[in-house]
Structure formats: C-alpha cells, structure tokens
Design a protein around this ligand. Sequence first.
Ligand SMILES: [Zn+2]
Length: 200
Amino acid sequence: MSAEEGPTKLFVGGLHGNEGLYTAPILERLAQEEIYLGEAIIVPCLVEYSRYIGVLAEEYYQSKEGMNLLLLIQEYKPSFYFELHAYEKPSYSRLTDPERVKKIGVPHFIDLDEGILIGSIAPILRRKFTEHDFCMTIEVPKWKCTNEKLKEKVLEVLRIGLTKADREEVMHEFRMRYPPQIKMAEQLFHQYYRNRLKPF
Ligand SMILES: [Zn+2]
C-alpha cells in the first residue's frame, strides 16, 4: 500500500511458533483497508511453524526469521512499527504480571480490551529505531481469534497506526479511546526508559 507521501509503517505478525495462524487473518484484513496514510508494509506472518524463540532473546535475531525482521527494518526504516503476536490462555497472567519487570527485566503488558495486550517492543529491537519512531507490541488472545468482534477490536487498534500522520496523533487517539489503559502503559514505559524515549 502506498499513498503520495507520509511516513513508512511496518506491521509484522507471526514472529515465531505458530502464532502466524492467528495474526495473518487480522493483518490480511488490515491490508485491505482503504483509508491509510503514508506507505504501509504489512507482513501477515513472518514465519510459519518455527521453533519458538522469544523476541526478548538475542538468539531470536540470529534465527532466520529474526534476521529477516532486521532486514525489513533496515530496508524500509519505518517510523511506525507494530508487532503482532498471539498468546495462549495460560500465558495471560505471566504477560500481565506487575512483577514482570523484576522477574525478566521488561515491563508487563496492559490489557487494552478483551485480552488484547499492548506493550513496548523488545529493548534489543528498539535500538534499531530512532527516538522519534513509534514501536508497539500487540498480543492477541489465540482462543478468541475466531471471534469477529475480537478481530474488529484488534483492527481498531491497528487502524490508529495506519491512518495517523505522526506519533503525537497516534498517542492522542490512543489516549482518547483507552484512557486508563494508556495512562498505565505510558507510566510503565517512562519507568523503564526514563526520559530516553517517549512512549512508545
Ligand atoms: Zn509471539
């Protein structure tokens, strides 16, 4: 997709394991959207059925899929980056655990709505972007992914990225739509990155 001018936006799903089965239908639908701004590169599923390596690990970026991801970022230099993952029900408590930062060194995810979780991207990967770029991870609940209403809710989040011109507009829209959740997510981001980066 490409409009006359505007920022480059990269949407990537299915980064490991079989989560692409769940992210692909959502991102394929996003690719059909008629209203967007800038150039959008949409990768519904980076890898099918790979060995699961968590994206927080250096090892991931040495795997074939991890290297492909780095190449995409290098080539397109997106100023908006959305990473779409899918998680199993038992992982919910681990992903949203307020102690996560103490346990594994990264902040927990915030439940935006119906188990759709948002958070920052892996710190290793964040370094590949500039401070002006907008980078967000979205985790969708696998067991609800066949539900049309859930899919639509995820698309509503992704459309914010697709249709806005800059990071301020994106944050403004997020704050309007999900006030307490974004307030919390921003607080966690500030605690983690101090004043080095603006959320997200
Ligand atoms: Zn994942």
